[in-house]
Write a protein that binds this ligand. Structure first.
Ligand SMILES: Cc1cc2nc3c(=O)[nH]c(=O)nc-3n(C[C@H](O)[C@H](O)[C@H](O)COP(=O)(O)OP(=O)(O)OC[C@H]3O[C@@H](n4cnc5c(N)ncnc54)[C@H](O)[C@@H]3O)c2cc1C
Length: 379
């Protein structure tokens, strides 16, 4: 068993760490307060090859691999969760186009995402009546000659106002249940695609989360991703990879919270000594560090299996479940260690906790991860 990273993985980790510390971390507070989508830094990140990391270079991506991708998201998540979420969804969409797209679809979209011309990708599955039960979605895509006509409403779509391309799930056969779902690539600006309400969120406020409406939206038949009826399987396969991304970002955010609490505990004095000298604080730090390590190992195991081309659905769900919940516990304890100062904006502890809340909700809630894990255990 080898826990060492390869030289290439270390290089990616170091490059993204330097960029995140220098260019992203100082923006996190401001974009949280102003709810500003960080277009410029995301474009700069595309310039570093961070938007198509899971797509081989022969196909127009930057081909860094699933482990390096996970390490990169840990660094980005540590600096700013809003950047991490946008990066994670864009890579998921880009990889989905690579895995399921036609040669023409790959040629059109992957280079645009890689270069940052297409600033973000969006993944449009959730609907007002179809969240955890995504298979019950009601958006439709009716074939009309050489086009499909999309109608329906998607909600909570990450990067929806800024995405260049949307991966959209819709029913091509209303009678066929999940087997009647297909996926389409829809370009921003297509008539009939409209950005609706922007959500006002508790955390990750620099990440854009919007409603997307499809009203008689005509999409070329050539934009069908995979086969008609395979859409549900395609979306779930994308989510397996996405969950490793969310787990990785969670490890990054948890590390930021842990490090800020450790440093605060060395500076803050009460009863004539730094609070880190109290055993109660030391035990908190020990538990936080242990959970963080366990989350990191589970996450890298899932990424490693993915990189080897082995099945990893179970490992991805375990990593997502554990890392996101551990992150919330670590953020909660980090705030506690800051005392009252953790509750005010002077320190980032309150933002870390707010940013952590979405992690156990999107790309499958914790309850859904447990369902996936249990299903695998019992088959
Ligand atoms: C910040 C943010 C960004 C998002 N980005 C995207 C995006 O880019 N694209 C996209 O398509 N969606 C996105 N989502 C939507 C997200 O994936 C859904 O919110 C999530 O899947 C849960 O669906 P729901 O909110 O409808 O909750 P519901 O499904 O209504 O669930 C409500 C509660 O019931 C529980 N529950 C439901 N079914 C079961 C069950 N069978 N067993 C046990 N418990 C159950 C859930 O775990 C939850 O606790 C985003 C959400 C957020 C908050």
């Amino acid at each position: 068993m080898d826990f060492e990273l390869s030289e290439d993985q270390k290089l990616v980790q170091e490059m993204v760490r330097r960029f995140s510390e220098k260019e992203i971390a100082h923006l996190a507070d401001e974009i949280d307060r102003t709810e500003r989508f960080p277009e410029k830094t995301l474009k700069d990140m595309a310039g570093l090859g961070l938007m198509s990391m899971l797509v081989p270079s022969e196909a127009g991506g930057t081909g860094m691999g699933a482990v390096a991708y996970s390490l990169a998201l840990m660094e980005i998540g540590k600096a700013c969760m809003s950047h991490a979420t946008a990066t994670s969804v864009t890579n998921m969409v880009c990889e989905g186009i690579y895995r399921f797209g036609t040669p023409a679809q790959r040629q059109i979209y992957i280079p645009r995402i890689t270069s940052g011309e297409c600033l973000a990708g969006a993944f449009a599955l959730t609907e007002p009546g179809a969240g955890s039960d995504a298979g019950s979605l009601r958006a439709t895509a009716e074939r009309e000659g050489e086009e499909y006509v999309l109608n329906g409403t998607k909600v909570f779509i990450t990067s929806g106002s800024h995405a260049g391309v949307f991966m959209v799930a819709a029913k091509t056969d209303r009678e066929a249940g999940k087997r009647g779902i297909s996926v389409f690539l829809v370009e921003a600006g297509t008539p009939g695609l409209r950005v609706g309400r922007k959500e006002e969120k508790l955390g990750q406020r620099g990440s854009d989360t919007v409603e997307i409406l499809f009203e008689e939206c005509h999409v070329p038949a050539a934009n069908l991703l995979g086969n008609e009826g395979d859409g549900f399987k395609i979306m779930l396969a994308n989510l397996d990879g996405g969950r490793v991304g969310i787990a990785s970002s969670s490890c990054g955010l948890a590390r930021a919270a842990f490090e800020s609490a450790r440093s605060y505990s060395k500076d803050r004095r009460q009863f004539g000594r730094p609070i880190c000298e109290f055993q109660a604080i030391q035990w908190k730090l020990a538990d936080m560090a242990t959970q963080l390590d366990a989350a990191t190992l589970l996450t890298l195991r899932a990424a490693h299996r993915k990189e080897l081309g082995r099945p990893y659905t179970q490992e991805a769900s375990m990593a997502k479940l554990f890392a996101t919940e551990a992150c919330q516990r670590v953020c909660r304890e980090a705030l506690q260690i800051h005392g009252g100062y953790g509750y005010v904006r002077e320190y980032p502890a309150e933002r870390f906790l707010r940013d952590s809340v979405a992690l156990t909700l999107y790309e499958g809630t914790s309850e859904i991860q447990r369902l996936v894990i249990a299903r695998n255990l019992l088959t």
